[in-house]
Design a protein around this ligand. Structure first.
Ligand SMILES: Nc1ncnc2c1ncn2[C@@H]1O[C@H](COP(=O)(O)OP(=O)(O)OP(=O)(O)O)[C@@H](O)[C@H]1O
Length: 257
Protein backbone atom coordinates (compact mmCIF):
# COMPACT_ATOMS: atom_id res chain seq x y z
CA UNK A 1 0.00 0.00 0.00
CA UNK A 2 1.26 3.44 -0.86
CA UNK A 3 0.23 6.82 0.53
CA UNK A 4 -2.94 5.39 2.07
CA UNK A 5 -5.08 7.74 4.14
CA UNK A 6 -8.60 7.44 5.53
CA UNK A 7 -10.62 10.43 6.62
CA UNK A 8 -14.11 9.89 8.04
CA UNK A 9 -16.52 12.68 7.18
CA UNK A 10 -14.54 15.87 6.78
CA UNK A 11 -12.92 15.95 10.21
CA UNK A 12 -11.76 12.57 11.53
CA UNK A 13 -8.36 11.92 10.02
CA UNK A 14 -8.06 8.30 11.17
CA UNK A 15 -5.12 7.03 9.18
CA UNK A 16 -1.99 7.83 7.28
CA UNK A 17 -0.43 8.49 4.97
CA UNK A 18 0.82 4.92 5.31
CA UNK A 19 3.24 2.99 3.10
CA UNK A 20 3.65 -0.71 3.74
CA UNK A 21 4.95 -3.58 1.69
CA UNK A 22 4.44 -7.04 3.14
CA UNK A 23 7.03 -9.67 2.27
CA UNK A 24 5.60 -12.88 0.89
CA UNK A 25 5.20 -15.49 3.65
CA UNK A 26 6.10 -13.21 6.55
CA UNK A 27 4.27 -12.78 9.86
CA UNK A 28 3.74 -9.04 10.33
CA UNK A 29 2.03 -7.53 13.38
CA UNK A 30 0.76 -4.03 13.97
CA UNK A 31 0.65 -2.42 17.40
CA UNK A 32 -0.33 1.13 18.24
CA UNK A 33 -2.16 3.31 20.76
CA UNK A 34 -5.87 2.81 21.17
CA UNK A 35 -7.84 4.59 18.44
CA UNK A 36 -4.80 5.17 16.18
CA UNK A 37 -6.43 3.62 13.14
CA UNK A 38 -5.36 -0.04 13.26
CA UNK A 39 -8.78 -1.47 12.42
CA UNK A 40 -9.24 1.22 9.79
CA UNK A 41 -5.96 0.11 8.20
CA UNK A 42 -7.07 -3.52 8.16
CA UNK A 43 -10.45 -2.61 6.66
CA UNK A 44 -8.92 -0.67 3.79
CA UNK A 45 -6.29 -3.37 3.24
CA UNK A 46 -9.02 -5.98 3.00
CA UNK A 47 -11.05 -3.87 0.57
CA UNK A 48 -13.89 -3.57 3.10
CA UNK A 49 -13.58 0.23 3.13
CA UNK A 50 -12.12 2.58 0.53
CA UNK A 51 -9.10 4.73 1.35
CA UNK A 52 -9.56 8.49 0.98
CA UNK A 53 -6.23 8.60 -0.80
CA UNK A 54 -3.53 6.19 -1.92
CA UNK A 55 -3.47 2.75 -3.50
CA UNK A 56 -3.51 -0.83 -2.25
CA UNK A 57 -2.43 -3.71 -4.41
CA UNK A 58 -2.52 -7.44 -3.83
CA UNK A 59 -0.51 -9.67 -6.18
CA UNK A 60 -0.21 -6.80 -8.62
CA UNK A 61 -3.94 -5.99 -8.75
CA UNK A 62 -5.58 -2.92 -7.27
CA UNK A 63 -7.80 -3.64 -4.22
CA UNK A 64 -11.08 -1.75 -4.06
CA UNK A 65 -14.58 -2.48 -2.89
CA UNK A 66 -14.37 -6.21 -2.20
CA UNK A 67 -12.07 -8.65 -0.44
CA UNK A 68 -9.78 -9.99 -3.19
CA UNK A 69 -9.58 -13.70 -3.98
CA UNK A 70 -6.76 -15.15 -1.93
CA UNK A 71 -7.30 -12.85 1.07
CA UNK A 72 -8.95 -14.11 4.29
CA UNK A 73 -10.08 -11.96 7.22
CA UNK A 74 -10.59 -12.96 10.89
CA UNK A 75 -12.20 -10.45 13.27
CA UNK A 76 -12.11 -10.07 17.03
CA UNK A 77 -15.75 -10.68 17.61
CA UNK A 78 -17.04 -14.20 17.42
CA UNK A 79 -18.33 -14.34 13.86
CA UNK A 80 -19.51 -17.96 13.92
CA UNK A 81 -23.08 -18.62 12.83
CA UNK A 82 -25.06 -19.89 15.85
CA UNK A 83 -27.53 -21.85 13.71
CA UNK A 84 -24.82 -23.91 11.97
CA UNK A 85 -22.77 -26.79 13.39
CA UNK A 86 -18.98 -26.48 13.62
CA UNK A 87 -18.67 -28.53 10.41
CA UNK A 88 -21.15 -26.34 8.52
CA UNK A 89 -19.64 -23.13 9.89
CA UNK A 90 -16.24 -24.19 8.58
CA UNK A 91 -17.67 -25.26 5.23
CA UNK A 92 -19.81 -22.14 4.78
CA UNK A 93 -17.36 -20.11 2.68
CA UNK A 94 -16.47 -23.12 0.54
CA UNK A 95 -20.13 -23.73 -0.25
CA UNK A 96 -20.62 -20.08 -1.16
CA UNK A 97 -17.56 -20.21 -3.41
CA UNK A 98 -19.07 -23.17 -5.26
CA UNK A 99 -17.01 -26.00 -3.75
CA UNK A 100 -19.02 -29.18 -3.47
CA UNK A 101 -18.47 -32.92 -2.92
CA UNK A 102 -15.23 -34.62 -2.01
CA UNK A 103 -12.98 -31.55 -2.35
CA UNK A 104 -15.12 -29.50 0.07
CA UNK A 105 -15.55 -32.44 2.47
CA UNK A 106 -11.80 -33.11 2.49
CA UNK A 107 -10.90 -29.52 3.19
CA UNK A 108 -13.43 -29.27 6.04
CA UNK A 109 -12.35 -32.60 7.56
CA UNK A 110 -8.71 -31.59 7.39
CA UNK A 111 -9.42 -28.20 9.02
CA UNK A 112 -11.46 -29.82 11.82
CA UNK A 113 -8.64 -32.25 12.45
CA UNK A 114 -5.91 -29.61 12.26
CA UNK A 115 -7.71 -27.33 14.70
CA UNK A 116 -8.38 -30.17 17.16
CA UNK A 117 -12.16 -29.91 16.79
CA UNK A 118 -12.88 -33.56 15.98
CA UNK A 119 -15.01 -34.15 19.06
CA UNK A 120 -17.06 -31.04 18.33
CA UNK A 121 -17.69 -31.27 14.58
CA UNK A 122 -21.45 -31.65 15.12
CA UNK A 123 -21.70 -29.25 18.06
CA UNK A 124 -23.14 -25.73 17.76
CA UNK A 125 -21.20 -22.58 18.70
CA UNK A 126 -23.13 -22.07 21.97
CA UNK A 127 -21.79 -25.44 23.14
CA UNK A 128 -18.16 -24.28 22.71
CA UNK A 129 -15.75 -22.15 24.74
CA UNK A 130 -14.70 -18.71 23.41
CA UNK A 131 -11.32 -20.11 22.33
CA UNK A 132 -12.95 -22.95 20.41
CA UNK A 133 -15.38 -20.60 18.69
CA UNK A 134 -12.48 -18.45 17.58
CA UNK A 135 -10.75 -21.59 16.32
CA UNK A 136 -13.85 -22.31 14.22
CA UNK A 137 -13.66 -18.78 12.75
CA UNK A 138 -9.98 -19.20 11.93
CA UNK A 139 -10.64 -22.62 10.38
CA UNK A 140 -13.46 -21.14 8.29
CA UNK A 141 -11.05 -18.61 6.84
CA UNK A 142 -8.23 -21.09 6.35
CA UNK A 143 -10.23 -23.70 4.42
CA UNK A 144 -10.34 -21.11 1.66
CA UNK A 145 -6.52 -21.42 1.51
CA UNK A 146 -5.84 -17.67 1.57
CA UNK A 147 -2.42 -16.45 0.56
CA UNK A 148 -2.82 -13.43 2.81
CA UNK A 149 -4.57 -13.69 6.19
CA UNK A 150 -5.63 -10.48 7.98
CA UNK A 151 -6.49 -10.84 11.67
CA UNK A 152 -7.96 -7.99 13.74
CA UNK A 153 -7.40 -8.72 17.45
CA UNK A 154 -8.54 -12.32 17.01
CA UNK A 155 -7.65 -13.29 20.60
CA UNK A 156 -8.79 -10.05 22.25
CA UNK A 157 -11.68 -11.64 24.09
CA UNK A 158 -9.71 -14.65 25.36
CA UNK A 159 -7.94 -15.22 28.67
CA UNK A 160 -4.13 -15.04 28.75
CA UNK A 161 -3.54 -18.79 28.84
CA UNK A 162 -5.85 -19.43 25.89
CA UNK A 163 -4.22 -16.54 24.00
CA UNK A 164 -0.81 -18.20 24.34
CA UNK A 165 -2.13 -21.54 23.11
CA UNK A 166 -3.94 -19.87 20.20
CA UNK A 167 -0.75 -17.97 19.36
CA UNK A 168 1.14 -21.25 19.07
CA UNK A 169 -1.65 -22.63 16.91
CA UNK A 170 -1.54 -19.60 14.65
CA UNK A 171 2.23 -20.03 14.25
CA UNK A 172 1.73 -23.66 13.29
CA UNK A 173 -0.91 -22.72 10.70
CA UNK A 174 1.30 -19.97 9.32
CA UNK A 175 4.22 -22.39 8.94
CA UNK A 176 2.22 -25.14 7.29
CA UNK A 177 0.15 -22.93 4.98
CA UNK A 178 2.98 -20.69 3.77
CA UNK A 179 0.52 -17.77 3.87
CA UNK A 180 1.49 -14.18 4.65
CA UNK A 181 -0.07 -13.11 7.95
CA UNK A 182 -0.93 -9.60 9.13
CA UNK A 183 -2.05 -9.44 12.75
CA UNK A 184 -3.41 -6.47 14.65
CA UNK A 185 -2.99 -6.76 18.40
CA UNK A 186 -3.03 -4.68 21.55
CA UNK A 187 -0.63 -7.08 23.26
CA UNK A 188 3.04 -6.25 22.79
CA UNK A 189 4.16 -9.66 24.04
CA UNK A 190 1.87 -11.35 21.52
CA UNK A 191 3.32 -9.26 18.68
CA UNK A 192 6.87 -9.93 19.90
CA UNK A 193 6.28 -13.67 20.24
CA UNK A 194 4.62 -14.29 16.89
CA UNK A 195 6.13 -11.90 14.37
CA UNK A 196 8.97 -11.57 11.91
CA UNK A 197 8.34 -7.82 11.83
CA UNK A 198 6.25 -5.50 13.97
CA UNK A 199 4.99 -2.14 12.76
CA UNK A 200 4.50 0.41 15.55
CA UNK A 201 1.91 3.05 14.73
CA UNK A 202 1.74 6.64 15.92
CA UNK A 203 -1.30 8.10 17.65
CA UNK A 204 -4.12 9.14 15.29
CA UNK A 205 -3.75 9.73 12.39
CA UNK A 206 -1.88 6.41 12.48
CA UNK A 207 1.42 6.19 10.61
CA UNK A 208 4.29 3.75 11.04
CA UNK A 209 6.91 5.26 13.30
CA UNK A 210 9.07 2.17 13.66
CA UNK A 211 9.31 -1.29 12.12
CA UNK A 212 11.00 -3.79 14.44
CA UNK A 213 12.56 -6.91 12.93
CA UNK A 214 12.69 -9.76 15.46
CA UNK A 215 14.95 -12.21 13.64
CA UNK A 216 13.14 -15.26 15.16
CA UNK A 217 13.52 -18.65 13.46
CA UNK A 218 10.52 -19.88 11.46
CA UNK A 219 9.96 -22.84 13.78
CA UNK A 220 9.47 -20.67 16.87
CA UNK A 221 6.85 -21.22 19.56
CA UNK A 222 5.65 -19.22 22.57
CA UNK A 223 8.76 -20.55 24.37
CA UNK A 224 10.65 -17.74 22.63
CA UNK A 225 9.32 -15.55 25.44
CA UNK A 226 11.96 -17.08 27.75
CA UNK A 227 14.85 -15.83 25.55
CA UNK A 228 16.73 -12.67 26.59
CA UNK A 229 16.25 -11.28 23.06
CA UNK A 230 12.48 -11.39 23.62
CA UNK A 231 12.79 -8.90 26.47
CA UNK A 232 14.83 -6.62 24.21
CA UNK A 233 12.10 -6.66 21.54
CA UNK A 234 9.25 -5.93 23.98
CA UNK A 235 11.27 -3.16 25.67
CA UNK A 236 11.95 -1.55 22.31
CA UNK A 237 8.26 -1.75 21.35
CA UNK A 238 7.16 -0.31 24.67
CA UNK A 239 9.69 2.55 24.58
CA UNK A 240 8.35 3.66 21.19
CA UNK A 241 4.74 3.10 22.09
CA UNK A 242 4.81 4.68 25.54
CA UNK A 243 5.32 8.18 24.19
CA UNK A 244 2.66 7.73 21.52
CA UNK A 245 0.14 6.31 24.01
CA UNK A 246 0.68 9.32 26.28
CA UNK A 247 -0.01 11.62 23.32
CA UNK A 248 -3.18 9.68 22.47
CA UNK A 249 -4.39 9.87 26.08
CA UNK A 250 -3.68 13.61 26.25
CA UNK A 251 -5.68 14.29 23.08
CA UNK A 252 -8.58 12.12 24.33
CA UNK A 253 -8.55 14.16 27.56
CA UNK A 254 -8.74 17.36 25.52
CA UNK A 255 -11.77 15.96 23.63
CA UNK A 256 -13.50 14.89 26.87
CA UNK A 257 -12.52 17.92 28.96
N1 LIG B 1 -17.02 4.82 10.60
C1 LIG B 1 -16.37 5.76 11.29
N2 LIG B 1 -16.82 7.04 11.30
C2 LIG B 1 -16.17 8.01 11.98
N3 LIG B 1 -15.03 7.80 12.69
C3 LIG B 1 -14.54 6.56 12.71
C4 LIG B 1 -15.19 5.48 12.03
N4 LIG B 1 -14.45 4.34 12.23
C5 LIG B 1 -13.41 4.70 13.02
N5 LIG B 1 -13.46 6.01 13.30
C6 LIG B 1 -12.49 6.78 14.10
O1 LIG B 1 -11.21 6.59 13.52
C7 LIG B 1 -10.22 6.46 14.52
C8 LIG B 1 -9.47 5.16 14.35
O2 LIG B 1 -10.34 4.07 14.68
P1 LIG B 1 -9.88 2.54 14.64
O3 LIG B 1 -11.02 1.71 15.11
O4 LIG B 1 -9.29 2.25 13.32
O5 LIG B 1 -8.70 2.56 15.73
P2 LIG B 1 -7.97 1.33 16.42
O6 LIG B 1 -6.52 1.68 16.46
O7 LIG B 1 -8.34 0.05 15.77
O8 LIG B 1 -8.60 1.40 17.88
P3 LIG B 1 -8.57 0.32 19.07
O9 LIG B 1 -7.12 0.01 19.32
O10 LIG B 1 -9.17 1.06 20.22
O11 LIG B 1 -9.35 -0.85 18.61
C9 LIG B 1 -10.94 6.60 15.87
O12 LIG B 1 -10.81 7.92 16.30
C10 LIG B 1 -12.37 6.26 15.53
O13 LIG B 1 -13.27 6.94 16.40
Amino acid sequence: MTGVTRIFGSTVHALGPVDLELRRGEFFSIVGPSGCGKSTLLDVLAGLSSPTDGTITFEGKRVRGTVPDGVGVVFQEDASFPWLSVRDNIGFGLLRAGFRGAEADDRVRHAIDFMGLNDFADAYPNQLSGGMRQRVCIARTLVMRPRLVLLDEPFGALDQQTRLLMGDELLRLWRVSGATVLLITHALDEAAMLSDRIGVMSSRPGRFIEIVETGWPRDRTSAIAAEPAFGEVTTRLWNTLREESLKAMASQRRVIG
